[in-house]
Design a protein around this ligand. Structure first.
Ligand code: G3I
Length: 405
C-alpha cells in the first residue's frame, strides 16, 4: 500500500473515531509507514538495540530554545495553570520559551460559563505568568466542536429564529473574549479542527456546522477581527501532513479567502510519531499554505513513542494498540532514539521555512502529556524534556547537529 493509500485509510479510521471525546484529535499511528527520519539532517544514528540511552551533555550547557531559534520563529509550549508553579515545568518555561498556550483554560468550556458570563480566573494566571516572564501568548481556542457548551445551542431548533439566536451567541462570545484578551494574546486559534476526516465535504459535521452551515467559520473570523484589528487569526487543524486532509482544509480556506474573510494563518497541530510523517509531507503543507499568502504556525507538536499502532488503535473502542513500553528497556531507548531524529528532522524543516513564525510543543515535559491517556493509557514520553524537566536526546538532537542520539 502506498503512503497516500495508507494515509487515506488512517484518516477514515480517525474519522470513525470522532465520536469519542478525544479520538478525533490527531494522534500517533503511522499505520506501518516506513521511517521518515532521513531529512537531510547531518546526524547519524545507531540502529542497534541498547538497554541504555546515549550519554547526554550537562543540562547546564543547554542553550535556550528561544535563543537558538531567534530570528526564525517563536518557541512555545502549552501549559496548565498548575504547571506554571511546578518545580518541573516552571524552570523550563522561564528558560526556553517566548510563546505559550493555555492547554485547556482558554477553551469555551473553561471561559464560557453561560451567555454573557465568563470565568477568566485560570486564563488570567497564564497571562500573568507570561507577562511577568516576557512570554507572548497564543490564544487557544475560540470555537471547537469538542468544547462547545450546551448554552450556545439552547432553544427550539425548529423555530424560525433559532439560527439567528445561535449566531448571536457565538458572535457575542467571540467579541467579548477577544476584547478581553486584546493586547494580551498575539494570535488566536479562532476555529479549531473544522476539517472533515472523510472524502467529500471539507466541513466537519459538527454541531456548529449543523446549525449555521459552513458560514459559522466566517462568522467567527469576522467577529474576531472586528474585536481586535491586529491579532493574528488562525484556523488550526490536525493531520495537515495528510495530503487528502490538507486538500479539504485548503478548499475550505479558499472559500473564505474568495469571500474576503479575515485570516492570517494556518495552525498545524503536528501530533506525530517516531515513524510518521515524512518531512516532505510537512513541507508540502507549509508551502501550500504559503501559496495563499498565509503564514504557518506549528501549534501542538509532540512525537509519540509509538510508531506502529494500527488504525484500529484510533477507533472506538481503541483496539490493537502497541503495548506500553517500559522505561529503560532496549525497545524504549530505540524509540527515544527515533524520536530524537524525528524532532531534529522537523526542527530543521521549520528553520528552513520563513513562513513558519511560531512552533509550540503540546506540553512542557514528559511528566504531563495528553498522550499518557490517548489513545489508551500507557507510558508515552513525547516531548523535548524528560519527566524531571531535563533536556532529552530529542532536545540535543534539535540544538546540536553533531549530537548522535
Ligand atoms: O480538570 C478536570 C478534573 O477536575 C477532573 O477530575 C478530570 C476527570 O476526567 O478531568 C479534568 O479535565 C480534563 C482536562 O483535560 C484537564 O486535565 C478533561 O476531562 C479532559 O477532557 C481534558 O482533555 C484535554 C483535551 O484537549 C480536551 O479539551 C487535554 O488535556 C488537552 O491536551 C487536549 O488538547 C487538544 C487541543 O485542545 C486540540 N488539539 C488536540 C489536543 C489533544 O487532544
Amino acid at each position: 500500500m502506498n503512503i497516500s493509500a495508507q494515509l487515506s485509510r488512517r484518516s477514515l479510521l480517525m474519522g470513525v473515531a470522532g465520536a469519542s471525546a478525544l479520538a478525533s484529535c490527531g494522534g500517533g499511528g503511522g499505520g506501518g509507514v516506513s521511517s521518515p527520519v532521513s531529512s537531510g539532517s547531518t546526524a547519524s544514528s545507531s540502529s542497534t538495540a541498547s538497554a541504555s540511552g546515549p550519554t547526554l551533555p550537562d543540562p547546564a550547557t543547554a542553550p535556550a530554545l528561544k535563543t537558538h531559534f531567534n530570528g526564525k520563529f517563536l518557541v512555545g509550549m502549552t501549559a496548565e495553570p498548575s504547571e506554571i508553579n511546578s518545580a518541573i515545568s516552571q524552570p523550563v518555561l522561564k528558560a526556553h520559551v517566548n510563546s505559550m498556550t493555555a492547554e485547556n483554560c482558554m477553551k469555551p468550556h473553561a471561559i464560557g460559563t453561560s451567555a454573557g458570563v465568563y470565568n477568566y480566573t485560570l486564563a488570567d494566571q497564564v497571562i500573568a505568568f507570561a507577562s511577568a516572564n516576557n512570554i507572548a501568548v497564543r490564544g487557544h481556542t475560540l470555537l471547537w466542536h469538542q468544547s462547545a457548551p450546551d448554552w450556545f445551542f439552547v432553544g427550539d431548533s425548529t423555530s424560525a429564529t433559532y439560527r439567528a439566536t445561535v449566531q448571536a451567541r457565538l458572535e457575542r462570545y467571540i467579541t467579548d473574549v477577544v476584547t478581553y484578551f486584546k493586547g494580551k494574546v498575539y494570535a488566536w486559534d479562532v476555529v479549531n479542527e473544522p476539517t472533515s476526516d472523510s472524502a467529500g465535504s471539507p466541513y466537519r459535521n459538527s454541531r456548529w456546522y449543523q446549525v449555521l452551515g459552513a458560514d459559522y467559520i466566517e462568522i467567527a473570523l469576522r467577529a474576531a477581527r472586528a474585536a481586535d484589528p491586529t491579532v493574528k487569526l488562525f484556523i488550526n487543524d490536525y493531520s495537515t501532513e495528510n495530503a487528502d486532509k490538507l486538500a479539504r482544509l485548503m478548499s475550505l480556506v479558499d472559500t473564505l479567502l474568495t469571500r474576503g474573510v479575515p485570516l492570517d494563518g494556518i495552525g498545524h497541530q503536528l501530533h506525530i510519531t517516531t515513524t510518521w510523517p515524512p518531512v516532505a509531507n510537512v513541507r508540502a503543507a507549509f508551502q501550500t499554505v504559503e501559496t495563499r499568502g498565509l503564514i504557518n504556525h506549528v501549534t501542538e507538536l509532540d512525537v509519540s513513542l509509538y510508531g506502529s499502532d494500527p488504525g484500529s488503535c484510533f477507533g472506538t473502542p481503541a483496539t490493537g494498540c502497541a503495548p506500553s513500553l517500559t522505561e529503560g528497556t532496549a525497545a524504549y531507548w530505540d524509540s527515544i532514539r527515533a524520536q530524537a531524529l524525528q524532532y531534529r528532522a522537523m526542527f530543521d524543516l521549520f528553520a528552513s521555512q520563513p513562513s513558519v513564525k511560531s512552533v509550540t510543543t503540546w506540553g512542557v515535559a514528559d511528566n504531563h502529556t495528553w498522550l499518557s491517556s490517548f489513545p489508551v493509557n500507557r507510558l508515552n514520553h513525547p516531548l523535548l524534556f524528560d519527566t524531571t524537566g531535563k533536556p532529552k536526546s530529542a532536545f540535543w538532537a534539535v540544538v546540536n547537529p553533531t549530537f548522535v542520539p
